[in-house]
Every structure is written in structure tokens, then in C-alpha cells.
Design a protein around this ligand. Structure first.
Ligand code: S3P
Length: 451
């Protein structure tokens, strides 16, 4: 693999930064707009690999999408206006694209096939195939109906009362989308509260979607009004800056325009428990989502935290960077009830345990979590991103706090959710990035060669 980056210990992070637009909301805006009646306007759409897969899929289903740079216009054709795609739809690395489309396509009276990259073709799809099949759609998949490619022939759906075994917003959103096409009422029951962007957006467009605690009730039929939405910054991307400021001595940064939906911000509470200084300022509402600015100041040594299973859904994507914080915290940090991490873009428990150990960390793996004891003085090492954007970024944050030089291989994965991650991180450390031979980049953040 040629796409590697070299990083060394960073001087303090200072200044302001804006994270990229929210990935989850970007997927949803494109999909919901495609089945609304008329022209939707989406501002601040994330142009990263994952949502661009969704954009390509929507176009393959016959929807006109125009990107003027400032805004993306989606010419929705109504609930029943999608067309049979002429070819297989490639969802790339994006689980959200594949699972939400499985729900949408289950409502369509035509045939379609969804596939993805090596990682996505290893991830469980039975979690959407089962409820969608119960509603009346016909879905076929490899490995006895568990793995993509998926073939979907939809239509003729009936509402169901479904208890999902996992707290998953992708499963929930797939069932809600199919429910829009079903006769009668669909009830989706979750074991824990997963992110609720779908339940915020669809009722605002006129859909009959009601939330009752952990349950969502959907009435099929009706019409969706077009969207006019401005997408906030992604908390899950901001989390890498928050963690970097907490582990690099002397840091003080302001992260602007971050989505602070409580179903996403579990890491804020955990970081505060660990003794980090993370303060939310200028709270406001943007297109139905809470947004704020986050001021982060280095406080010195962190304390270990215990993360309970109930806390996991609201910080599921922040686990890789939490592991980095845990290495720098006094005591043993424990995470349990997080078996979902094993079926993300990589097995994030195994990936973070293996790579942080190379830096000297003390990590015990469990089937559903980890224990990490600290504080450990991390040392630079040769690391691998496991084809996972969040693992790449978390390891890069660890490198900023490590003694000596770290090479992270496979960093092009950051383009899945955060193109420009290294440039923005290095701006905060007042460093510049030099492209090296063979597509690698050499980044010096070390103390001595600071200008
Ligand atoms: C997402 C839901 C989560 C999350 C993923 C994005 C979404 O996955 O990990 O990055 O946009 O709905 P699960 O639904 O599998 O928990």
C-alpha cells in the first residue's frame, strides 16, 4: 500500500476549525429528497466517498441531481417516481447507503442489485433483510441471505411490528423507508436509542412518523414535501479534534458549527468524566438539528472512565478515538456492550487493540468491548488503518501524542468521511504537509522543527 503518512509529536493545537458536514444527515437528505414531490435544496452536503455513493445511487434510480457547489438540488419524483436501475448499484464502503437503499428499494415494484467493496460485502445484511422480508419484499443475498450483493424485488408491502435485536439507525431507517410504502402501520422497536436524524427529517417533510420512547410508528402512504436543509458539521469528525486537544499539551481550539444531537454526543459526557475540558457554546437550531461550537482545552492528565452498554449507541463511531484517550488516562477504561464494533468498516475492537499495542498500549480485548490501562507513554510505530477511515484518523491522533515517528498506512480511507482531515489537523498545529514519493505524505509535527 502506498498511501501512508508519517507523523510525529505535535506542538499545541491552536485556533479554529470547522468539521466537514454530517455524513448521516447527508445520506438521508439525498434519499428523502429523491422521493419528495419537487425540488429539494441541500446546503453543506458532505462531498466524501460515502455520501457520493448515495448520490450516485439516487441518480441511478432516475433522479436528477444538480450540484452547483453552494447547494445540491434534487428533483424528487414523489414516492412512486423512482425508475428501475439499469445496472448494479455499487455502495462502495458505505453501510448506510446499502442498508437504507435496501429499505427504499423494498418499496419499489422493480428489480435492483446492491453491492459494495470488500469490507461492505463482509458486513451483516440479514439485519435489514429479515424485517424487509417480513414486510413482503423479496431479497436474496450471499451466504444464506446474510451478505451482499443483495438482489431486491419490492412492492406489495404490509406494515409489521418489529423488535430490532440491535440499536441501529441504519436498520431503523431501512424499516421506516419501507414502511412509507406499506399498507397500515409499522412499529419499529429498538433495544437502545440510536441516532434519530430520520425521525426528525421525515415528519418535517410531512410523513406520518411518530417517536414514542424507543419505538417509532409509521403510517404508509401520503406525500413528502421537498426539503430545504443546511447540514451541520459532523460531531463524529469533530471528535478527532476534541481528542487531539485533550492529549496534546497546551492545546486550545474552537470547533465551529458542530451537530450536537444528543443521540450522537455521548463522547462529550465521557470526556468530561475523564477530566477533559470540552465546552459547548452558541447552541442553536439549524434545520431541526441542534448545533453548537465546541471549545476544547488541554487539562493535563485524564482519568479512566467506565462506559456502560446504554451509553454505547450515542458514541458508537467515537470508539476508535476513545481508545486513544484511554491510553493517556490514569486507570483502566472499560467499554462493554459494544459488540457492534466488530461489524463496522473493520473489526474496530481488534483493529484498535492491535495497532495501539504496537505503540505500547495495554489493551485487553473482550467480544463486546475493551479494557485499556494507562497512562502509557505512547511510542511511534508502523501502523495500519485496516481500510477504516475512523481507525486511520484515531491512530493519527495517537501519533500526535507519541514519542518518535509514526507511519500510518492506508490513510486514503479518510476520504470516506473526512477529505482534508490531515490538512485541517495540521493547520491547527501550524504545520504543512509535504507530498513524498509513491503517494505517501511526510508530516512533521515535532517540537524542534516548528517555525
Ligand atoms: C449510521 C448509523 C450507525 C453508524 C454509521 C452511520 C447512520 O451504524 O455507525 O456510521 O447514518 O445511520 P448502525 O446503524 O449500524 O449502528
Amino acid at each position: 500500500m502506498t498511501d501512508s503518512i508519517k507523523l510525529s509529536r505535535s506542538g499545541p493545537l491552536r485556533g479554529e476549525v470547522t468539521p466537514p458536514p454530517d455524513k448521516s444527515i447527508s445520506h438521508r437528505a439525498l434519499i428523502f429528497a429523491s422521493i419528495a414531490s419537487g425540488r429539494s435544496i441541500i446546503r453543506n452536503l458532505l462531498r466524501a466517498d460515502d455520501p457520493l455513493r448515495t448520490l450516485g445511487a439516487v441518480r441511478a434510480l432516475g433522479i436528477e441531481v444538480r450540484d452547483s457547489g453552494d447547494a445540491v438540488e434534487v428533483y424528487g419524483e414523489g414516492l412512486h417516481g423512482l425508475k428501475e436501475p439499469e445496472d448494479v448499484i455499487d455502495c462502495g464502503n458505505s453501510g448506510t447507503t446499502m442498508r437504507m437503499l435496501a429499505g427504499l428499494l423494498s418499496g419499489q415494484p422493480f428489480f435492483s442489485v446492491l453491492t459494495g467493496d470488500d469490507s461492505l460485502r463482509r458486513r451483516p445484511m440479514n439485519r435489514v433483510i429479515e424485517p424487509l422480508g417480513m414486510m413482503g419484499a423479496t431479497l436474496y443475498a450471499r451466504a444464506e441471505g446474510t451478505l451482499a450483493p443483495l438482489a431486491v424485488k419490492g412492492g406489495g408491502l404490509e406494515g409489521i411490528d418489529y423488535r430490532s435485536p440491535v440499536a441501529s439507525a441504519q436498520v431503523k431507517s431501512a424499516v421506516i423507508l419501507a414502511a412509507l410504502y406499506a399498507s397500515g402501520e409499522t412499529v419499529l422497536r429498538e433495544p437502545g436509542k440510536s441516532r434519530d436524524h430520520t425521525e426528525r427529517m421525515l415528519p418535517a417533510m410531512g410523513a406520518s412518523v411518530r417517536v414514542e420512547g424507543l419505538n417509532v410508528r409509521v403510517e404508509g402512504g401520503g406525500e413528502l414535501r421537498p426539503l430545504e436543509v443546511t447540514i451541520p458539521g459532523d460531531f463524529s469528525s469533530a471528535a478527532f479534534f476534541m481528542a487531539a486537544a485533550a492529549v496534546v499539551e497546551g492545546s486550545e481550539i474552537m470547533i465551529r458549527n458542530v451537530g450536537i444531537n444528543p443521540t450522537r454526543t455521548g463522547l462529550l459526557g465521557v470526556m468530561r468524566r475523564m477530566g477533559a475540558d470540552v465546552e459547548v457554546l452558541n447552541e442553536r437550531d439549524v434545520s431541526g438539528e441542534p448545533v453548537g461550537d465546541i471549545l476544547c482545552r488541554y487539562t493535563g492528565r485524564l482519568a479512566a472512565a467506565e462506559i456502560s452498554p446504554e451509553e454505547v449507541p450515542a458514541m458508537i463511531d467515537e470508539f476508535p478515538v476513545l481508545c486513544v484517550l484511554a491510553c493517556r488516562a490514569e486507570g483502566t477504561t472499560t467499554v462493554r456492550g459494544a459488540a457492534e464494533l466488530r461489524v463496522k468498516e473493520s473489526d474496530r475492537i481488534a483493529a484498535m487493540a492491535a495497532e495501539l499495542r504496537r505503540m505500547g498500549a495495554e489493551v485487553t480485548e473482550h467480544p463486546d468491548g475493551v479494557e485499556i490501562s494507562g497512562p502509557v507513554d505512547l511510542s511511534g510505530a508502523l501502523l495500519d488503518a485496516h481500510d477504516d477511515h475512523r481507525v486511520a484518523m484515531a491512530l493519527s491522533v495517537a501519533a500526535l501524542a507519541a514519542e518518535g515517528e509514526t507511519t500510518v498506512r492506508g490513510v486514503s480511507a479518510v476520504d470516506i468521511s473526512f477529505p482534508g482531515f490531515y490538512e485541517r489537523m495540521l493547520e491547527l498545529t501550524k504545520r504543512t504537509m509535504r507530498a513524498g514519493p509513491g503517494g505517501s505524505a511526510d508530516v512533521r509535527c515535532g517540537g524542534k522543527d516548528r517555525p
